[in-house]
Each structure stands twice: as structure tokens, then as C-alpha cells.
Design a protein around this ligand. Structure first.
Ligand SMILES: Cc1ncc(C[n+]2csc(CCOP(=O)(O)OP(=O)(O)O)c2C)c(N)n1
Ligand SMILES: [Mg+2]
Length: 805
């Protein structure tokens, strides 16, 4: 096993001044007391759940020493000490998160949206513009799924590679200084069993990026000991084949004990140097860590750890060991350390109390206001007794939360429903005001609320005339990407087969040769980290377009898209953004894994992203332009069967935009509205011709984007005219066709204009069978659309449209 290399003496000396060491001890104690008190707060009912960083303090202090401004962390819920050591987390903020304080000033990581131990720094100003990331410490926003921090870690590190080697980015000093920034990952030992971990580790080794991944190894994953998690019981041992040699690139792998202060400081300083200077990934396996309070507040570790193990954890507690180290080296006496510890405890207590006071006073004020209003109204109401009872119950609640107040008010409003409006109005007004505030607290920022919103992008129409050349669909995209690569140095594309051959359908053909390998890039087959590479680089100011070769393989990347990218803006309440465009292709082509149209899956998991379903490449290019003008993440699903179809190339390719959320009427009609998107547009248009021949006139609407969905009510307006509607697509029954129906019924007041039952025509429930016959019998065909519409019209007028079968 490779060992920690020794450092240049002068570096060591500067790190290890006496003051420095005692300050480290103070931070360790402060963090530990925060953990001990945090657990008690949960048991006292002041917070719902707690997970703490006790036992991991020393390594994090050492890591913080090597962390520089501009660097990024992507870690997990144990990292409180690291954040405190950087000065990016006060104990008060720590407790504000534990209590779920929704004020972004009090809890800057997530404004109370995430449970405790989920860290993040704020990358954005209120207006959505970037802060000076190169001059601040940065932490990507944590997520709970184990190893979920790994994919974007690859991208955070990869951004440094681009900033160092792509000369066109030199001016973006707000994000990078010569690509000197290191991306620091942390992960628990048990979580290294996840596929995401292995995929990310391999990807970073291939890419040779400045990533330092630290494994906090406490021998357990909740109750399950090491032997269930890791072959040979040691992650660094089984990954030792990654170690670089004189002749081969790879990793630098270090192993160090979680209680060994000097070893840790040396290891992290060395790791930073190698990663920062040489752009070589480093793995730091920190073992012999402990969990003094067990995994979380959900249980106690006495249930599954032996008495010997528990004793060992006491004896090898990193703070106890640090104490011994300080005393045996004559740096301070026992008494001096006791004093530091006592002061840290007092400090933690003061900050905890301040956090509680701020958190609870806001709710107390709301409670007082509500109580007063209801009491005043009760005095004049026939429901006086019941209302007073509600107020009394509210008053008796121990540690009242916002829900207690609001539910009381709502119940009071029910009681008051027969009273004159003048009497209940003050309470109603108050409730509505609170509703607005609570929307902001709990439901805002799913999408951008700034001028960079995709919905704010100005529409520029494509310029098309008879002189517009007729080209293959893929050439429309190629022209678009060429223009964009030329204009915007931040823009780059990558994915499987995207580089040398310019993607499997050649929309980037010749563009790598023109713009270089850093702009148009091949990757390994690793969908999850392709998305992670996109998220991480987008978090650092770049404009990636990440390609997933086929829509069916988006499923591999779905956890990262859903858990990380889609909810990033929401879970930071606008503190971070990753404007990643995911490019893929789907709908009908060939067989079970190259004809997918799993739009329902996307719609229910990727809220927070835009979902574009262009019917052809001219529309796709316009959507890409819109997205690049905005700062929001999106997935664009091109039509897999559209690359060789002829389209007219607009004169202003690269300039025109397609507005999101605005359906297009492809054909006007009077009898029935058919709503669809993507490859189905052609099918429905063909059916429309055939229907016309039997005297049925359909209006065909292409929704263009599923998220957002028809924000101007185009479909509702059409239904007002035709009074009938059919939604058709290639997803399974109950998938996106049902979603479209729900959107129109719920938001467009369409029901009362309908003279026929609104219907859907989806594909079969199974995946499409292979070959053209498989397609015909699996996906809606022109015949299917014709018959469905005809049946609907038959029901309206059986005489005019006699039954076919
Ligand atoms: C994908 C996923 N599966 C399961 C969980 C539940 N879970 C949370 S923490 C944890 C154990 C993690 O252990 P380890 O990685 O060793 O970190 P430690 O808590 O020991 O520091 C588990 C199973 C989760 N959060 N995410
Ligand atoms: Mg563990």
C-alpha cells in the first residue's frame, strides 16, 4: 500500500504553529459540542431528525487547511467541522438548519428546505448573477442519496481542466485562475459500494482532473459492518491498482488514520499540491474513524456494536487522541485544553440558543397575530365557544410550529363560513398573506425567478423562404452548433461518440477538428458521470451540453438528474444554478432500447428542469438557442428518426429562438383538436390528410415543450372552437398523454367546452417490438390516429360517420 509521502518541512512548519494547533482543537470541540447538543434538541422535540459529524472532526480540519478560495467541495452529511473550519458555517447556522429555519440569512445552505448536515455555499446574487467564485470557498449543494455527490464531483474537477487548457476561457477570472482549483469530495466508507462511486472514480482517473476524494471510514454504514460493504474490507486496498506509476497515469492514493493529526495535515497538504499543480486525482482513505453518538437520531449504536468496539471508539476518539498529541508535544497543558473545551461548549450553547430564539420568535409572532385576530372575531361571532376552543388548543401547544398556527386559522375560517364577510375578512386577509409567504418559504425557486429565466428569452422567428436550402435535419443542428461554438467559448459538447465522429447522427461532424478536443469531446460509456460532468462544469460558470446517446439510456442517469440537477435551484432557494443542457434522442426508431419515449418518467422526476420535445431539427435548434440565452437546466429530446429528413435551413440559424411553453398550431381544423409532440407530429399530420378525405377536419397542435406546458392556453382556446380533444403520444398509457390531459383540464378551464369525452391515444404498455412491424403494432400509427378520431366523430354523428368495423 502506498504511504503518505512526506512534505517539504517549511510547509509543515507554517501549518503547525502553536496557535494554529490550539485553534484546531477549539474548532474540533466546538463542532463536537454542536453534535452533542444537536442530538438532545431532537430528543427534546425541537427538531425532527439529526445526523452529526462527531468522530470525523480532525480529518475535516486538516482538509480545510488545504482548501483554497475557488476550490469546491462535494460531500456528505458528516462535513460540519470542515465547513466550520473554513468559516462557512457558524454553529448558529448549523442549528438554524436543524430547526428548519426558512430564512435564507439564518440558514444560507437551503433556507430550511433540507434536513441538517446538508451543506452549500451561495454562488449567486439575488438577481441570479454569479458571485466571484474564484474568491470564495465553495461547496456544491449536498444531497442525501449515498454517493450522489460523486457524479458532479467529476465535473467540478473537470472544469479546472477546461479553465487551464482552453485558452478561450482565460478571461473568466470570476470562476478560475488558470484551473488551479481543486474539487474535494467526501464520502462514507459504506457508500463507496455504490455504482456511482466506482463510475466517478474511473472517470476522474481517465480524465486526470484535480479531484481529491476522501473516504471517511468508520467501519460501518448505519448498523452494517465493513465486511458486508467492501471486498477485503478496505477501499484503498482494492483500488490500489489505480495508483499512478512513473510511466502510467492514475491516482495518488493515501491512507491515514482519522485520529492522527500530523498524518492528516500532511496527507491533505500533499493531496492538494498534487491535484492543484499536476491535475492528478488523489484518494485519501481515512480509516479508524468513530461515531461517538452512532449513525443518527434514528437509533442507538449500542444495538449493533459490541462492547469492545464501543470501548475502542472511546479510546480512539479523534479529539481524545488530539488532546494526547497536544499534551505529549508540550503544546498545552490538560488544564488549558479543558478551558478551551469549556469555552467551546459555552459558545456552542450561546449560538444554539440564538438560533432557537430567532427561529421560534418568527413563529411565535405569527401565533400571536392569529390568536388575536381569532379572539377578536370570536367575540362578535355566533361560534364564539368553538373559536375560543381553537385558540386555547393552539395556546397549549408545546414548541408550536407554523403548521399549528395555519391549521388553526383554516379551521376557524371553516367555522366562520356563514358569518358576514366583514367579520371574517381580517382573518381571511391575514391567511392569504401568510399563504404568499409560505409559498415563498416552501415552494418557490423550482425554476429561475430572475431575468435569466428561459421564459424571459425574447422570441426571434426563424427566417425561412424559398431560398432557404433544403438539408438533412442533422445539418441544421450542425450549423447551429458550429455557430455557437464559434461565438461562445463557455459552450462545449461531450458524450459517447460526440467527439471524433461528431455523434452517432453527426450533428457535430467536423466540429472537433475545427474547435479542438476540449470543445467537442468523446467520453467513456458512463451516463451518470456524463451528467455529473455537466452539472459540475455548469456550477462553475461553463455552458455544457451533455449528450445521452439514446433516450432509453437516460434511465441510467436519472438518479443524478432527479436528485441533484432538477432540484438544485429549489433546494438552495436560488443559491446555486447549473444551466446544463442534456441532449438526447428518442421516440420511434428500432426495438426495445432505441425507441423509448418515457416522457411520463421524465415529467414526474425532473420537475425543476425544462423538457423540450421538438418535432424537427429547426425547432430543436431554436430551443437550444433559447436555453443558452437562459440559465436553466433542460433536457431536449430530438426525434431519432429525423436526422436524415429534409428541412429548410433558416438564414438566421444560431440567432432565432423558440419560446418555451408555447404550442404551435400545425394545422387548423374545426371538428376536433389533436394534441401531440415530437415524432408523432408527422404521424398526426398524415392522419389529418386522410381524415380530411372523409370529411373530418382536425386541428393539430404541437405542444413543443412538456415543461413548461402551454402557458398561454393555446390548447384550451382550440377546444373552445372544436369542443373535442385527443391527446396522443408514444409513451405508455397513463404517461405523458395523461399528463397533457390533466394540464389542460386543471389549468385551462376546458371541461365545460367539451362535447365529447376527452381521450388519449398512447403507445402500447410494453416497449416497442423490433423492426417496422414491431413499430407499427406498438406505437400509434397513422391508421390508429385516423381510427381514434373517426370513432370519436362516429359517436357524435353515427349517420355521417358510420362504424368502420
Ligand atoms: C441511495 C441511498 N441508499 C440508502 C440511504 C440510507 N442511508 C443513509 S446513510 C447510510 C449509511 C452510509 O454509511 P457510510 O457511507 O459509511 O457513511 P457514515 O454515515 O458511516 O459516515 C444509509 C444506508 C441513502 N441515504 N441513500
Ligand atoms: Mg461509515
Amino acid at each position: 500500500m502506498p504511504q503518505v509521502k512526506s512534505l517539504h518541512e517549511s510547509t509543515l512548519e507554517s501549518i503547525r504553529s502553536k496557535e494554529d494547533i490550539l485553534n484546531d482543537f477549539r474548532i474540533a470541540c466546538l463542532s463536537r459540542h454542536a453534535s452533542l447538543m444537536g442530538r438532545k434538541e431532537v430528543f427534546m422535540g425541537k427538531a425532527k431528525f439529526g445526523i452529526f459529524g462527531d468522530g470525523k472532526e480532525l480529518a475535516q480540519i486538516a482538509m480545510a487547511k488545504a482548501f483554497r478560495k475557488g476550490d469546491f467541495r462535494s460531500g456528505y452529511y458528516r462535513d460540519q467541522t470542515f465547513m466550520m473550519a473554513l468559516g462557512e458555517l457558524t454553529v448558529q447556522q448549523y442549528f438554524a438548519q436543524l430547526y428548519a429555519h426558512t430564512d435564507v440569512e439564518a440558514e444560507p445552505a437551503s433556507a430550511g428546505r433540507l434536513m441538517n448536515g446538508h451543506f452549500a455555499t451561495r454562488s449567486l446574487n439575488e438577481d441570479g448573477t454569479w458571485k466571484d467564485l474564484a474568491n470564495q470557498y465553495n461547496s456544491a449543494a449536498d444531497i442525501s442519496p449515498t454517493a450522489g455527490q460523486m457524479p458532479k464531483l467529476v465535473g467540478l474537477a473537470y472544469a479546472s481542466k477546461l479553465y487551464r487548457n482552453n485558452k478561450g476561457l482565460k478571461e473568466l477570472t470570476q470562476f478560475s485562475v488558470n484551473g488551479n482549483e481543486v474539487a474535494w469530495g467526501t464520502i462514507g466508507n459504506a457508500s463507496t459500494s455504490e455504482g456511482m462511486f466506482f463510475e466517478a472514480i474511473n472517470a476522474a482517473g481517465v480524465l486526470q482532473v484535480p479531484m481529491v476524494i476522501s473516504i471517511w471510514d468508520d467501519g460501518y454504514g448505519i448498523s452494517v459492518p465493513q465486511e458486508y460493504h467492501t471486498t477485503k474490507g478496505s477501499i484503498s486496498e482494492i483500488l490500489s491498482g489505480l495508483q499512478r506509476t512513473e510511466t502510467e497515469k492514475g491516482y495518488e492514493i493515501l491512507r491515514v488514520k482519522g485520529w492522527d493529526y500530523e498524518g492528516l495535515v500532511n496527507a491533505f497538504a500533499y493531496a492538494a499540491k498534487v491535484a492543484r499543480e499536476e491535475h492528478v486525482p488523489v484518494m485519501v482513505h481515512v480509516d479508524e474513524m468513530t461515531q461517538p453518538q452512532g449513525h443518527s437520531t434514528s437509533g442507538s449504536h449500542e444495538r449493533y456494536k459490541s462492547a469492545e468496539r464501543l470501548q475502542w471508539e472511546k479510546d480512539w476518539d479523534c479529539i481524545a487522541k488530539f488532546r494526547e498529541y497536544i499534551i505529549s508535544n508540550g503544546i498545552a497543558t490538560e488544564d488549558q485544553l479543558d478551558k478551551i473545551d469549556a469555552e467551546a461548549k459555552a459558545e456552542a450553547k450561546t449560538q444554539r440558543e440564538a438560533a432557537w430564539a430567532e427561529f421560534s420568535s418568527e413563529i411565535k409572532n405569527e401565533l400571536q397575530e392569529a390568536k388575536q385576530l381569532i379572539t377578536e372575531i370570536a367575540a362578535k361571532s355566533s361560534r364564539k365557544v368553538t373559536l375560543q376552543g381553537l385558540v386555547d388548543d393552539l395556546q397549549k401547544t408545546i414548541n408550536p410550529i407554523r403548521k399549528d398556527v395555519i391549521t388553526t386559522v383554516r379551521k376557524a375560517l371553516v367555522q366562520l363560513r356563514t358569518e358576514p364577510m366583514a367579520l371574517r375578512k381580517p382573518l381571511l386577509d391575514w391567511y392569504q398573506k401568510q399563504n404568499d409567504k409560505n409559498y415563498d418559504r416552501y415552494s418557490s425557486h423550482l425554476y429561475s425567478e430572475t431575468d435569466f429565466s428561459a421564459l424571459q428569452v425574447k422570441e426571434v422567428r426563424p427566417e425561412l423562404d424559398e431560398k432557404s436550402p433544403l438539408v438533412d435535419g442533422r445539418e441544421v443542428l450542425q450549423a447551429f452548433f458550429d455557430k455557437t461554438l464559434e461565438k461562445d467559448p463557455r459552450f462545449f459538447a461531450f458524450g459517447e461518440d460526440v467527439g471524433k465522429i461528431g455523434d452517432v447522427n453527426q450533428a457535430f461532424a467536423g466540429l472537433q477538428a475545427k474547435y479542438g478536443e476540449l470543445r467537442v469531446t468523446d467520453t467513456g460509456i458512463r451516463e451518470t458521470t456524463i451528467i455529473g460532468q455537466g452539472i459540475g462544469t455548469a456550477l462553475r460558470g461553463l455552458r455544457p451540453i451533455a449528450e445521452i446517446q439514446y433516450l432509453d439510456y437516460l434511465i441510467y442517469a436519472l438518479p443524478t438528474l432527479s436528485d441533484d440537477l432538477a432540484c438544485l435551484h429549489y433546494r438552495t432557494k436560488g443559491g446555486q444554478k447549473a444551466p446544463l443542457i442534456v441532449r438526447t434522442r428518442g421516440h420511434r426508431l428500432e426495438g426495445v432500447w432505441h425507441s423509448g419515449s418515457q416522457m411520463g418518467m421524465i415529467l414526474s422526476t425532473l420537475r425543476g428542469m425544462h423538457v423540450c420535445v421538438p418535432r424537427d431539427m429547426v425547432q430543436a435548434a431554436g430551443m437550444y438557442k433559447t436555453l443558452l440565452e437562459s440559465d436553466e437546466p433542460a433536457v431536449v429530446i430530438e426525434c431519432l428518426n429525423g436526422y436524415r429528413l429534409k428541412e429548410r435551413l433558416p438564414h438566421n440559424i444560431g440567432e432565432y429562438t423558440v419560446p418555451l411553453g408555447k404550442p404551435e398550431i400545425l394545422r387548423e381544423g374545426t371538428d376536433l383538436t389533436v394534441v401531440t409532440y415530437g415524432s408523432m407530429c408527422r404521424v398526426v399530420m398524415e392522419a389529418a390528410e386522410e381524415l380530411e378525405q372523409v370529411g373530418i377536419s382536425i386541428e393539430v397542435i404541437d405542444v413543443q415543450t412538456l415543461l413548461p406546458f402551454d402557458i398561454h392556453g393555446v390548447i384550451g382556446a382550440s377546444i373552445r372552437k372544436t369542443n373535442r380533444v385527443l391527446f396522443t403520444d408514444e409513451d405508455v398509457p397513463g404517461g405523458a398523454s395523461a399528463y397533457m390531459l390533466q394540464q389542460v383540464m386543471d389549468h385551462q378551464d376546458a371541461f365545460r367546452f367539451l362535447d365529447s369525452e376527452p381521450l388519449t391515444l398512447p403507445a402500447q404498455a410494453h416497449r416497442p417490438a423490433y423492426s417496422s412491424d414491431g413499430d407499427y403494432f406498438s406505437k400509434p400509427s397513422t391508421d390508429d390516429v385516423f381510427e381514434k378520431v373517426y370513432e370519436m366523430m362516429h359517436e357524435v354523428n353515427p349517420k355521417k360517420y358510420p362504424s368502420i368495423y
